[in-house]
Structures are given as structure tokens and as C-alpha cells.
Design a protein around this ligand. Structure first.
Ligand code: AHR
Length: 328
């Protein structure tokens, strides 16, 4: 009886959402009785990537005819935990969430497990020894992304005939998977190459405004002559840094090498204009695969535990004239 009441409450909430009367995004399910309900905790709206990812989830849920109960946590882990708890009490069919940081999820995921609700972790990962706490993970291979950034830099150093390059790194949100692994992968690629020195790392939290702040600080400290390369963990921060460099009369892409991650349209345009040198792709378009997994779970099928989308790298050395619009 409790289960039926919770489901009815969830469907009623979805109906309210559809009318814009509740604080969540929702798509009306195909048929109120049978449609699957997905509880989705998005971590925020900090970047073009994130906004594209949210749109991908909403559009895919609509295509599949699933109800999407979405909560945007605006960068707060406590809000994500509260949202997941509310999805548990509504007895949604599947919980999907993108964890802002890696630790602190054990209790709430144990509660979801006890309630028998499958959990798909999307985009970022959690740190745990107990992989029974989630059903599947889908997201980028962030370590490979970092390695691609480092491999590009070695190729660039060869092309420049450089003897030494001072790198500054603008990192993403502390303790998040992309921050940790993009840094580690980059170091794996450049480690042992005496030409490359990372002289400072500063956190820009994946935000354009903080990318600007970081670049101002780094320029003041090292001057344009003291920095050869900026490696930034996402396009938003890169675009912020780029504005600061140009305002200071420095030519990004020429005087200073810019390496970025994501591939949002604005950054790809800057790459084509020669103002960014390399963008490692990270795709936000995960919604379709997530909903396919939800569908498979609802049929009682097994799904692979670890799922990485295919990604590439766009650089100044490539012909980008045929590159399709990025869509975000
Ligand atoms: O977790 C993926 C990262 O988060 C993206 O690279 C970044 O733009 C976003 O904010």
C-alpha cells in the first residue's frame, strides 16, 4: 500500500512539474500507470557542458516516454543527497545522479539499495570499495582525457622545437573525478619529459568567472613571459582565461598555448580561429545511453557495469572544417 501511495505521489509530482507548479523539471510520462519514473539529481549548471548534459537527459527521457523527476543541486552535495532521499521515498524506478565530488555517498546509496532502487551514476564517479552500491556507471574516461592533453603538448613541444615549457594548470572542482583524473592523466603523459614543468595549479571550479580570476592571478605572479602553456580542465575556465589574456594584449594560441577540455561550440570556434590550440573532447550527450540502460533494467536485463562513450581530441594540427556543430 505504501509503495502504491509513493508511486501515486511521484506521478502527481510529475504532473505538477509538467504544469510548472513544482520545483523540478518533468516530462509527462506516456501513460500515467505504466511509464517508468527516473529520479535525476543533476549537480548544477556551472558550464555549457552541464547545461548540454541536462538537455540531453531531458530530451532522451521524452523520446523514451519516461517521467523525469529532476533536481538541480546548484553545486551542493547536501542538496544532491536530499534529492536522492526524496527519490527513494517517492519509489522512483531508477535513480540517476552525477556526483559533484567523489566521497560522502555511502549512506544514501545504502538507503537506495535497501529500497531496491537501481542507481546509475552518470558523468562523475564516486570513491568506494563496494561496487554493490550502484548498478552501473556511464561517463568519460577522464584519465584518458588527461593523457590526450599531455600527448598533444608533447607533439606541440616537438613542433615548436621547445627546450623548456612552463605550464600552469587551472583545475576543476576539488575532489571531483574529472579534476583528479585529468590532472593524473596529463602527468602520466608528460612525466619524464624534461622539457615540461608544471609551475602552479589553481582551482577554477569549472567556472568561467573563476577561470578569469585564476588567469589574472597567474599573469600577475609570473608575467606573460613566465607562462608558456595554460592547461585548463574545461572550456568555461579556458574561455575566461582567454578573455583575460586578450585584455592584457597577449595572443592566446600564439604567445601562450591553450589546452582545454570539453568541446563546446564557443571554444571550438576559438580553436578554429587559432585562439585555443587543443580541446580534448568530453561529451555531455549521455542521455540516450542512460535511458537505454533504464529500459534494460526495467526488463530485468543485465547491463555492463562500466560504460565510457567514445571521445576524441581536436587540435590545431587537424582539419576541423568538416566538424559538425557541437550542439551545446
Ligand atoms: O564532469 C564533467 C565536467 O563538468 C565538464 O568537463 C565540465 O565542463 C563540467 O562542469
Amino acid at each position: 500500500m505504501r509503495h502504491v501511495m509513493s508511486r501515486l505521489l511521484a506521478l502527481a509530482l510529475l504532473a505538477l512539474c509538467a504544469l510548472g507548479l513544482a520545483g523540478c523539471a518533468a516530462k509527462a510520462p506516456g501513460t500515467a500507470q505504466s511509464a517508468l519514473v527516473v529520479g535525476f539529481s543533476q549537480l548544477g549548471s556551472e558550464s555549457g557542458w552541464r547545461i548540454g548534459n541536462t538537455a540531453s537527459m531531458e530530451q532522451a527521457a521524452e523520446r523514451w516516454g519516461f517521467g523525469l523527476m529532476m533536481d538541480n543541486a546548484n553545486q551542493r552535495q547536501d542538496k544532491q543527497i536530499a534529492a536522492i532521499r526524496s527519490f527513494i521515498s517517492y519509489q522512483v524506478d531508477v535513480i540517476v545522479f552525477s556526483p559533484i565530488v567523489e566521497t560522502g555517498w555511502t549512506n544514501v546509496l545504502t538507503e537506495a539499495k535497501k529500497a531496491g532502487i537501481p542507481v546509475i551514476i552518470m558523468d562523475r564517479m564516486i570513491e568506494t570499495d563496494d561496487d554493490g552500491l550502484y548498478t552501473a556507471y556511464i561517463g568519460a574516461d577522464f584519465l584518458a582525457e588527461g593523457r590526450r592533453a599531455g600527448e598533444y603538448l608533447l607533439k606541440k613541444a616537438d613542433a615548436m622545437g621547445a627546450e623548456h615549457l612552463n605550464v600552469v594548470e587551472i583545475t576543476g572542482t576539488e575532489e571531483s573525478t574529472p579534476m583528479r583524473e585529468r590532472q593524473a592523466g596529463f602527468m602520466q603523459a608528460v612525466d619524464g619529459d624534461v622539457r615540461i614543468s608544471v609551475i602552479e595549479r589553481v582551482s577554477g571550479d569549472f567556472l568561467r568567472s573563476k577561470g578569469e580570476e585564476c588567469m589574472r592571478y597567474l599573469l600577475k605572479k609570473y608575467g606573460a613571459d613566465g607562462i608558456d602553456v595554460v592547461y585548463s580542465h574545461n572550456d568555461e575556465m579556458t574561455l575566461g582565461a582567454l578573455d583575460v589574456l586578450e585584455a592584457a594584449g597577449i595572443n592566446p594560441g600564439k604567445d601562450i598555448v591553450l589546452i582545454s577540455v570539453d568541446g563546446q561550440q564557443e571554444a571550438v570556434d576559438a580553436l578554429k580561429e587559432g585562439r585555443i590550440n587543443c580541446i580534448v573532447e568530453c561529451t555531455p550527450d549521455l542521455g540516450e545511453n542512460v535511458m537505454r540502460m533504464v529500459d534494460a533494467l526495467s526488463r530485468g536485463e543485465e547491463i555492463p557495469k562500466q560504460n565510457h562513450p567514445e571521445e576524441t581530441v581536436f587540435t590545431e594540427f587537424d582539419d576541423l572544417s568538416g566538424l559538425a556543430p557541437r550542439g551545446y
